[in-house]
Design a protein around this ligand. Structure first.
Ligand code: ATP
Length: 293
């Protein structure tokens, strides 16, 4: 059995994000078409004698027991009585607290790595069931690609793979708390919901124009009101691309474009117009889950 493994964990965007109801337990019933994109973190895992050690190049990522990597490792070590330890070297490229599921994808990679390093022989479904205990976005990250998430976001159905769509991501220099956004969502005041069926048709017919046209995020109702900077950013990105959309609960805004050339052009314009604290990345949809390097 090997002692080291290097994995890539991909960021996600939401082609649609809808909230259907607030449950009695405080969670929200969601309906989301989730999509991985070609922006990834690299994680190098190695067996050590004892403990869970996290090393990272990113100053905003905690290395203690609040890191989702730590929680994922602790959960599997506990369940399977593993007494050895693990060292995780995380190279962070996915912006942090950006609505791109960076931490969730790292946790998914940790489950995959431990499963492999200790020969646990858990199937992807069995890993996903355990992942749901750590966070709603984590099960999706295991298989990635294009999936419909319902329930609290952990009931998943693999969909027709999205065609290749280029996008420009703009992450502004502040964080938006997902809990705060959901806490301020008043479903009684919202009467327009995303039309996921149109996006599903677009996916079936591999029509990126249809997918882009009907992509939609209900949480913009909250975030754009509470954070006028995100609203202005969305308007700017919208004026330069086919369409702008907020990712997750924000604050990242993405603009869909027609190809790599247009993507680079938009990136250059935004770099000139926005201050250099904004993180601007060209990316595209992919069909990848946690992947060995
Ligand atoms: P989601 O889209 O799933 O809501 P996000 O992309 O908005 O997630 P993350 O990048 O996962 O947000 O980070 C949210 C917070 O979680 C950060 O402020 C950070 O302190 C903490 N965190 C814990 N583990 C990690 C990790 N492995 N990588 C990044 N942040 C982490």
């Amino acid at each position: 059995m090997v002692d080291n493994i290097d994995l890539k964990s991909y960021a996600k965007i939401n082609l649609t994000l809808d909230v259907l109801a607030k449950r009695k337990d405080g969670y929200h019933e969601v309906e989301m078409i989730m999509q991985t994109i070609d922006l990834s973190d690299k994680l190098s895992f190695s067996k050590i004698k004892k403990g869970i050690e996290i090393i990272t190049d990113h100053p905003d990522v905690p290395t203690d027991n609040s890191n989702l990597i730590y929680k994922a490792a602790k959960m599997l070590f506990g369940e399977f009585g593993i007494t050895e330890g693990i060292r995780v070297n995380l190279t962070k490229r996915i912006p942090v607290a950006a609505g791109l599921a960076g931490g969730s994808s790292n946790a998914a990679a940790t489950l995959v790595a431990i499963n492999q390093l200790w020969g646990l022989n858990l199937s992807k479904e069995e890993l996903a069931t355990r992942a749901a205990n750590l966070g709603a976005d984590i099960p999706f990250c295991i298989n990635g690609g294009t999936q419909l998430a319902t329930g609290i976001g952990t009931e998943l159905k693999i969909l027709d793979q999205a065609p290749e769509i280029y996008l420009v991501l703009v992450n502004p220099p502040f964080e938006v708390s997902t809990a705060e956004v959901y806490g301020n969502l008043d479903l009684h005041k919202i009467n327009i919901h995303p039309n996921k069926d149109k996006v599903l048709e677009g996916l079936k017919d591999k029509r990126s124009d249809i997918i882009i046209k009907w992509s939609s995020n209900l949480l913009e109702n909250v975030t754009l009101k509470r954070y006028p900077d995100v609203k202005r950013l969305k308007e700017k990105v919208d004026s330069l691309t086919s369409k702008a959309l907020m990712s997750g609960s924000g604050p990242t805004v993405l603009g869909f474009v027609r190809g790599i050339k247009e993507a680079n052009k938009v990136k250059n314009i935004l770099e000139q117009e926005l201050d250099n604290k904004h993180h601007i990345v060209v990316s595209k949809t992919n069909n990848k889950g946690i992947e060995e390097i």
